[in-house]
Design a protein around this ligand. Structure first.
Ligand SMILES: [Fe+2]
Length: 200
């Protein structure tokens, strides 16, 4: 019988995802010219980087090695993070305006009653910090959205309505894409969480 922890896949998935988020956030920090956005992104980037290292360290402490993955489209994310898109568009691309909605997938983490104390402590802090990050990013997003509202000046009622509907459509598309990406990331984490349990 394998004594491999049932939650090893979960730890691995968090380590890899968080380390990659740290990478693309660094690129975005270097690119943005908005000091408020830079401040928020710095806080989030350090958290993500620390999560990546802490979970990789825990995997190692448990006697295993981190398994890298090549299915997370990091190149696309780095490209968008360093692009000329606005900060608001980037936040929508990365799904940062609605992180709290998808973080609900973490609600069942502790239904695995075999989690050891040290890993449980790490996971508890991680989840609480992710929700705090979601609140920080949501607040930043709403401020950018409000600023955008103040500066938009349509030239006439009809062209304003047309421009509004096409930008609303583009924004909706971005949101759907971002939601799909966030759901996919969480699906991978949840799968990673459940697969070893089935195998053991
Ligand atoms: Fe994260």
């Amino acid at each position: 019988m394998s004594d491999k922890p049932s939650y090893l896949g979960l730890l691995n998935a968090i380590a890899v995802n968080e380390a990659r988020a740290h990478q693309y956030l660094q690129v975005w920090i270097d690119k943005t010219t908005d000091p408020d956005v830079k401040t928020v992104l710095r806080t989030v980037a350090w958290r993500e980087g620390e999560h990546g290292m802490s979970f990789a360290k825990r995997v190692n402490e448990l006697g295993y090695e981190l398994r890298d993955r090549d299915d997370l489209n990091l190149a696309d994310r780095l490209e968008v993070a360093g692009s000329d898109r606005s900060d608001l568009e980037k936040m929508e691309y990365f799904g940062q305006d609605r992180l709290d909605e998808v973080l609900g997938a973490f609600d069942t983490i502790f239904s695995d009653h075999t989690i050891d104390i040290q890993t449980g402590e790490l996971l508890g802090r991680y989840v609480a910090e992710e929700f705090d990050t979601a609140r920080l990013l949501r607040c930043c997003y709403e401020q950018l959205k409000a600023r955008q509202g103040e500066t938009s000046t349509p030239t006439s009622a009809s062209s304003g309505a047309a421009a509004g509907s096409s930008s609303e459509l583009a924004s909706l598309n971005d949101k759907v894409d971002a939601l799909c990406r966030a759901v996919e990331e969480l699906r991978q984490i949840v799968c990673a969480q459940s697969m070893p349990t089935k195998a053991s």
